[in-house]
Structures are given as C-alpha cells and as structure tokens.
Ligand binder design. Structure first.
Ligand code: MN
Ligand code: MN
Length: 451
C-alpha cells in the first residue's frame, strides 16, 4: 500500500511529459503508472507534477555591513516551499579567525529551523596557504563546493590570484567544485575613482560603476586558473552577454565550467534604477540591458548557462533606505517565492523554454552540478518525493504583501503571472497545501553531498 497517490497529473521531467499517476512511500517515489491506488489521494488533473526546484544560491540570515538579510532559515524556507523550492544550498559565513569546517558547523546551527532540505557551499574567506586540509575535512562533512569572490575586498571576501590558484589546485585534487562571484574589482575601483559625489548620488550609476566588462574580465581570470589546475568551476549569477561569451570561450577549450543566472537578470533591466524606487533594486552584479536578457535566455535554452537560481538576499525598504549614494545600500533582492512562477510565465508561456527545459533549469541540472542527483532533482523510482504540483491556469498578480518572504518589497510588484504552485511535497510530506504552508519548523534535513 502506498502512503499517497497523486492522480491524473502530467508528470514532467527534463525529457518527457506523461499524464499518469505517481505513488509515494516512505518519503520516496515508489511507482509511476496508471491506476495506482491509496487511501490518501491528491487529484492532480489539469496540473503539472514537477521535481521540486533546487535553489543553490540563497542567503538566509546573512550579515551585510550593519544589516542582516531579512529572511532567516525558517521564514526564507517557508517562502521557498510556497514557491515550489524543495532544497536550498546556502553558504557558510567565512571568518579569517575560523577554519572552513568551523564556519560550516556554526552555519548548521543557524539553519536548524529550515522546513526544506538544505546544504551549504563553504565560503572561502581569509583562507591561508598550507591549510589545504580544511577543504578535505569539509568534503568529508558533505560540503563539496566552495565559494570565492573576486570582489568585496572591503568585507574581506576578495580572493586574489595566489589564493584562487592554490585553492583551485586542492579543489581539483578532491574533485570538488569552485564557485565564483566574478567581478573584477580593480576595474570597478578605477571607474569609481573617476566619479564625483554627485555621480555616486545617482542610482543608475550603479550599473555604470560595475559594467559587464568586469564580469568578463573576472571570468577569464578564474577560468584560466581552472584550466591550469583542472578544477571544476561554476560561475554564479551570470548577468551579461559578455559573461556568457567568456564562459563559452572557456568551455570551448575544455575548461570544466558551468554557469547559472537569476530571474532578475532575465527579466529586469538597469532602467529600473531610474525610478523613484530604483534604490530598492540594488544588487551586484548590476542589472543590464535587454540584449543581455536575450543572450541569457538563449544560453539557458541551449545549455551554456545550466540553470536558474535566485541569489535570494532580501532586505526591507527600511533597510534599503536611500542615504545619498548607491555605495551605501545593502545589495540583494528577494526571489525564492517567485522564481518558478516567473520562469513558467515568462519562459514557458512566452515560448522561450519548453516545459521540459523548465524542469532541467529549475531542478535537474543544479542537482547534477552539486552532487544531489538523483536523490534530488529527479522524478524516478527511489528518488526523494520532493515534488511541486503546479496549476498552469491560475492567473495572479505579484504583490509583496501577499508573499511569505520577510520583506515589503518585490522587484516584480504588479506583474501579471500565469501559473502558481498549488501543493509542495518534501520527502512525501505535503508542506504546502492549496498555496498555504502546513509544515513544521526544523523538519528540513541537512543533505551531505557527494563528489
Ligand atoms: Mn554574489
Ligand atoms: Mn549571492
């Protein structure tokens, strides 16, 4: 006897769409086929059944200067579940006074209240040569990817060439993944040095101060170290056509490189900075232009950019209050609750992606990249029953006030959307029912990832 049967929906994978039943037992998918029965049934006729989304780029409870991102691991994962996300990979918070494994142990305590399954990337901050065993120990804890920044020297996050090259060597030896925020900060500094107080007081100059040139330059640098060391490299939040071009250049010569982008780079342009609310859109990389959006959609369709994540790092309007310069803002946007609906509505409905592409870019490819597949990111017998039941016919309008994310701002306020999450299942448990969260704090598990 099955614990639960989802009847009559269209089961969507990265390769197929099949109208059939799906059964769950002991938290896993146990059968897919017609005429399955159980005492507990969800009617999914006219609905899509997809693997829950995997968001490998979130920042819950992240200290940023004097601020902290406004979602903690409870509120942020409730919102994520309501948006159809069933696993997140957040980041440990590095500190030069601690080792990477110590950072991870601390972060595990902060994530205890998560309502969906979670893992972390190990942030590399203040790491020193000769401490290679920190990477090995982290891998043994199930942390198989490590985050580097080529910018943010002011907060101690920037890694320069010696650190990048030597850490990549160890990451290559372990078979782990180096993930990089790629913006060339020397170029940013040189542009900023030519800006007056008045220039800094114009929000739209955020995009001028960190142009696509910076992204391209930093990707070239880290791709070269990946090429020399053999490390697997993943570029986060690729924002520009030039960034896509440089990833392509590296991939063509055999560098093991992948990339992700985010809804904000697919759907927003730098024009939003000119409005009276422009400062609420502060983020880095900065928003680009419509030509960049076109290239990013194409790169997703054809696989040069593997998947979409949120870079969820919400702040309230009060936290983003304008203080006279775009340099005095916390950078980051909310996104976990709206990603899937936006990708369906703007991607599938508008013909930029097939429904099978959507599964690939919101779940499967991410799971493969970060060592979660096929336990996650897959509708197959034995996989975790992490599923989203999605109603493609519901029309709704995004309003920050209607969402669960702990912020009063949405970058997509007023946008009309087709398609909404009806139910979300995590390891077979219905945690979102008819759009309402019904799970418990702390039910999420830490996922030890594999190489
Ligand atoms: Mn970043
Ligand atoms: Mn980020």
């Amino acid at each position: 006897m099955y614990d639960l049967v989802i009847k009559g929906g269209t089961v969507v994978t990265s390769t197929d769409s099949v109208k059939t039943d799906l059964a769950v037992k002991n938290g896993r998918i146990s059968a897919i086929g017609d005429d399955l029965t159980s005492e507990s049934v969800i009617d999914a006729r006219e609905k899509l059944i997809m693997p829950g989304c995997i968001d490998s780029h979130t920042h819950m409870s992240l200290p940023v200067g004097i601020n902290c991102s406004s979602d903690d691991f409870y509120t942020g994962t409730v919102a994520a579940a309501c948006g159809g996300i069933t696993s997140i990979i957040d980041f440990s918070v590095g500190d030069p006074a601690r080792s990477i494994p110590e950072d991870i142990r601390l972060r595990m305590k902060e994530a205890r209240d998560s309502v969906i399954d979670y893992s972390f990337h190990g942030e590399v901050l203040g790491w020193k040569l000769g401490h290679e065993e920190e990477f090995r120990e982290a891998v043994e804890m199930g942390i198989t990817s490590f985050k580097f920044y080529t910018s943010y020297a002011a907060s101690g996050r920037r890694s320069d060439s010696g650190i990048l090259y030597n850490a990549f060597k160890e990451i290559a030896r372990l078979g782990a993944v180096a993930i990089v925020h790629a913006e060339d900060e020397n170029l940013i500094e040189s542009i900023l040095s030519g800006m007056s107080e008045q220039d800094l007081g114009r929000m739209e100059n955020l995009a001028v101060s960190r142009p696509d040139l910076c992204e391209g330059s930093a990707i070239d640098q880290v791709a070269f170290y990946a090429e020399q060391t053999g490390a697997r490299l993943h570029i986060v939040h690729v924002s520009s056509a030039l960034g896509v071009d440089r990833i392509g250049f590296a991939a063509e010569r055999g560098v093991l490189v992948s990339g992700e982008t985010c809804p904000q780079y697919l759907l927003l342009t730098r024009d939003v900075y000119k409005g009276s609310q422009g400062h609420f859109f502060s983020a880095s990389p900065a928003l680009r232009e419509s030509v960049d959006q076109d290239v990013l959609w194409d790169a997703l369709k054809y696989g040069l950019i593997g998947f979409v994540v949120t870079d969820h790092c919400p702040f309230t309007k009060q936290q983003k209050e304008w203080k006279g310069s775009f340099l005095n803002l916390p950078y980051g946007l909310p996104g976990v609750e709206t990603m899937l609906s936006l990708l369906y509505s703007e991607g599938v409905e508008k013909g930029r992606l097939s429904i099978n592409d959507l599964v690939r870019i919101s779940s499967e490819h991410c799971a493969r990249t970060f060592g979660l597949y096929p336990q996650k990111g897959s509708i197959s017998i034995g996989a975790d029953a992490d599923l989203v039941i999605f109603d493609p016919k519901v029309k709704w309008v995004i309003r920050a006030g209607d969402l669960h994310m702990n912020t009063d701002f949405s970058p997509y306020e007023g946008r009309e959307i087709n398609g909404k999450v009806e139910h979300t299942l995590s390891r077979g448990e219905v945690i979102v029912k008819n759009g309402s969260f019904c799970g418990n704090a702390g039910r999420g598990h830490f996922i030890a990832r594999k190489i």
